[in-house]
Ligand binder design. Structure first.
Ligand SMILES: NC(=O)c1ccc[n+]([C@@H]2O[C@H](COP(=O)([O-])OP(=O)(O)OC[C@H]3O[C@@H](n4cnc5c(N)ncnc54)[C@H](OP(=O)(O)O)[C@@H]3O)[C@@H](O)[C@H]2O)c1
Length: 352
């Protein structure tokens, strides 16, 4: 077996399997049938990994696309597992080299906070028990940016954390759950000496592999359908789903000393820019061009750093391309009618 040598931060040289050896490893992706999980499974298979994917219902139509991925027949095994069921997670993780813990409900339902947190505790404990090489956790920008005391000039980076009390007070339960889950993961990993690395994506867009509409693509869908009558005077951070999946693989593969958080943000834009990009590409759809706020100046996009992932070699897809591919896949999967089927109606200002 060929090996290369890498230097730890403390100066010791350690042998590290060359990347082609890494790709003979067995890794497990939780939430394999979801938007990000499906792309991660696809890229891992293309790289030659033996992949295990956890889903809650193997026979559900929404997971059938996984069986059609290139390499799936030879190297993908699906495990029925609920993150709240510790034994089912242990079975899926047993004998794995690495874990990608992606599964978590993407909803603002306060009832789901316990799924995010207890599910992560189970996953981290099961990974520690199996003695995996590295545990990659999918966090969220919700664990980073929800802090009213941060200056508008501050650069958002891996040192930034949301304010849990603020999330609670403002009922941002998704952000609250993701941040608690990340903190809990770090705490258990430290105690159990598990190698934990965290990828932190913002609103993720791009082509869907799965047949059902996930929450972040639904955001694009609402603008395309014209159900959103006006946009907020606010900014949004965006990234492509393929880049998020690749980021998970980069932090797993590239640097044996990778640790802590990695912000995976391609861009931050005002909502006006977001709707402008969609309107320019899809002018026949009833996309609003109205801002809810007719009084205040436009909120300025905040500064951010995506340096850590860039240093690992991650290149970001231009967001206009990602938005184009999101809409294309909404059409292909039958969620949106193609442009030529639309009844053309004039945009009517919401004030009328
Ligand atoms: N999309 C984004 O904009 C975005 C941004 C930042 C972070 N993230 C994070 O990325 C991860 C994936 O999100 P996504 O956008 O791919 O959402 P998604 O398509 O809704 O996928 C979520 C996955 O979690 C699984 N899951 C939920 N509850 C579960 C449980 N109790 N046991 C086992 N699996 C469970 C779902 O499985 P079922 O199909 O069985 O429900 C699904 O596969 C989440 O951790 C999310 O917080 C997403």
């Amino acid at each position: 077996m060929s090996t290369t040598s890498h230097i730890r931060k403390n100066g010791d040289a350690i042998p590290v399997a060359a990347s082609h050896d890494l790709r003979r490893q067995t890794v497990c992706v939780t939430g394999a049938g979801g938007f990000i999980g499906s792309w991660l499974v696809k890229l891992l298979l293309l790289k030659g990994y033996n992949v295990r994917g956890t889903v809650r219902n193997i026979e559900d139509m929404k997971n059938l696309h996984l069986k059609g991925l290139e390499g799936a027949e030879e190297r993908l095994i699906l495990y029925k597992a609920d993150v709240l069921d510790y034994e089912s997670i242990c079975l899926a993780f047993d004998g794995c080299d690495g874990i990608f813990h992606v599964a978590s409900p993407v909803t603002n339902d306060p009832e789901k906070v316990k799924v995010a947190v207890a599910g992560t505790m189970n996953a981290v404990n099961a990974a520690a028990k199996s003695g995996v090489r590295r545990f990659v956790f999918t966090s969220s920008i919700g664990a980073v940016h929800m802090n009213p005391n941060r200056s508008s000039d501050a650069v958002l980076d891996e040192n930034c954390w949301s304010d849990l009390e603020y999330c609670k007070k403002t009922k941002h339960w998704y952000c609250y759950g993701k941040m608690l889950a990340e903190l809990v993961a770090m705490d258990i990993a430290k105690k159990r000496e598990l190698d934990l690395v965290v990828v932190v994506p913002p609103l993720t867009v791009g082509p869907m592999l799965q047949p059902i509409l996930n929450a972040s693509c639904f955001r694009v869908f609402t603008y395309m359908r014209g159900t959103k009558k006006a946009y907020r005077n606010a900014v949004m951070a965006l990234v492509d789903v393929k880049d998020v999946a690749q980021a998970h693989i980069h932090v797993y593969e590239v640097d044996p000393n990778a640790s802590g958080r990695y912000l995976c943000i391609a861009t931050v834009v005002h909502r006006s820019k977001f709707v402008q990009m969609l309107s320019e590409m899809f002018s026949k759809y009833p996309i609003t061009n109205e801002c809810e706020d007719k009084v205040n100046p436009r909120v300025k996009p905040y500064k951010f750093s995506n340096k850590r992932l860039q240093e690992l070699g991650l290149e970001y897809t231009p967001i206009k391309k990602s938005l184009y591919e999101t809409v294309e896949s909404l059409q292909e999967k039958g969620h949106l009618p193609p442009a030529h089927m639309l009844l053309v109606s004039p945009r009517i200002p919401s004030s009328l």
